[in-house]
Design a protein around this ligand. Structure first.
Ligand code: ADP
Ligand code: ADP
Length: 229
């Protein structure tokens, strides 16, 4: 079975008397190590899909499988899935070390263990010489690495990214995109990345999923999708 699988996933939001169907039977099979980009305009349900995979939101119908196991009733903390939020959301007053350590502190990991793991993940991402800096002293690409380090520090091998580059200025964004491609080759993690930006999607995706009207309209090699619309 694929590494991440969505099977006929439906989601509707109820507000007072109005029901909005957002996902209407999403199917998606993602292999280990793939960089999947879900492309769709704003409001199509991309964030909703990520929240359902991470367990922050429960689908109304259908099933989610991670690493071959059904996780419908598994809470977020036990899914071993990391989320890199929009704009990285680093804490500006904390050092890089404390930013990366934050998820471990929250889960009461012993101090020595925290130090070991932060240094390990920082080395892996080649930011171990930046641990004493503040986010404002980092380049865009370095900030991205810190955000990814923080996402990875608890050991997740599935990374969800919700338009992480959307509010960076254009120049930084192009660099950060190249960094991200390089990083994917190094880490070999499975990345699910959502965006409404077609150029970004085509540049990053090993597989592209087009989300429209609540379902995945096309899924596969980005070049093939755009040659056979
Ligand atoms: P995207 O990430 O593609 O922009 P979202 O998943 O954030 O889309 O939202 C999909 C749709 O669901 C939007 O129309 C949004 O307004 C609606 N929506 C999201 N969350 C809620 C909620 N908690 N209650 C009601 N509607 C919601
Ligand atoms: P994010 O923080 O990733 O933007 P949210 O779930 O906060 O995700 O919001 C996603 C979209 O859904 C936004 O466009 C927001 O306006 C909309 N939304 C969130 N909550 C509600 C709600 N209760 N009713 C209607 N739309 C909502």
């Amino acid at each position: 079975m694929s590494y991440v699988k969505l099977e006929d996933v439906w989601k509707w939001y109820k507000n007072k008397n109005k029901v909005t169907e957002v996902l209407k039977g999403v199917n998606l099979d993602i292999e280990k190590g793939e960089f999947v980009v879900i492309l769709g305009p704003s409001g199509e349900g991309k964030t909703t899909i990520l929240k359902i995979i991470s367990g922050l939101l429960k689908q109304d119908k259908g099933h989610v499988y991670l690493r071959g196991k059904i996780v419908d009733d598994v809470p977020p903390k036990d899914r071993n899935v990391a989320m890199v939020p929009q704009n990285y959301a680093l804490y500006p007053f904390m050092s890089v070390f404390d930013n990366i350590a934050f998820p471990l502190k929250v889960s009461h990991t012993p101090k020595e263990e925290i130090k070991k793991r932060v240094v390990e993940v920082a080395k892996m991402l080649r930011i171990d010489d930046l641990l004493d800096r503040k986010p404002s002293q980092l380049s865009g690409g370095q900030m991205q690495r810190v955000a990814i380090a923080r996402a990875l520090v608890k050991g997740a091998d599935i990374i969800l990214m919700d338009e992480p580059l959307s509010n960076l200025d254009a120049q930084v964004r192009v660099l950060a995109r190249e960094e991200l491609k390089q990083l994917q080759r190094e880490l070999k993690s499975t990345i699910i990345y959502v965006t409404h930006d077609q150029v970004e999607a085509l540049s990053l995706a090993s597989k592209l999923a087009i989300l429209h009207d609540g379902i995945i309209q096309a899924y596969g090699d980005p070049k093939e999708i755009y040659n056979n619309p």
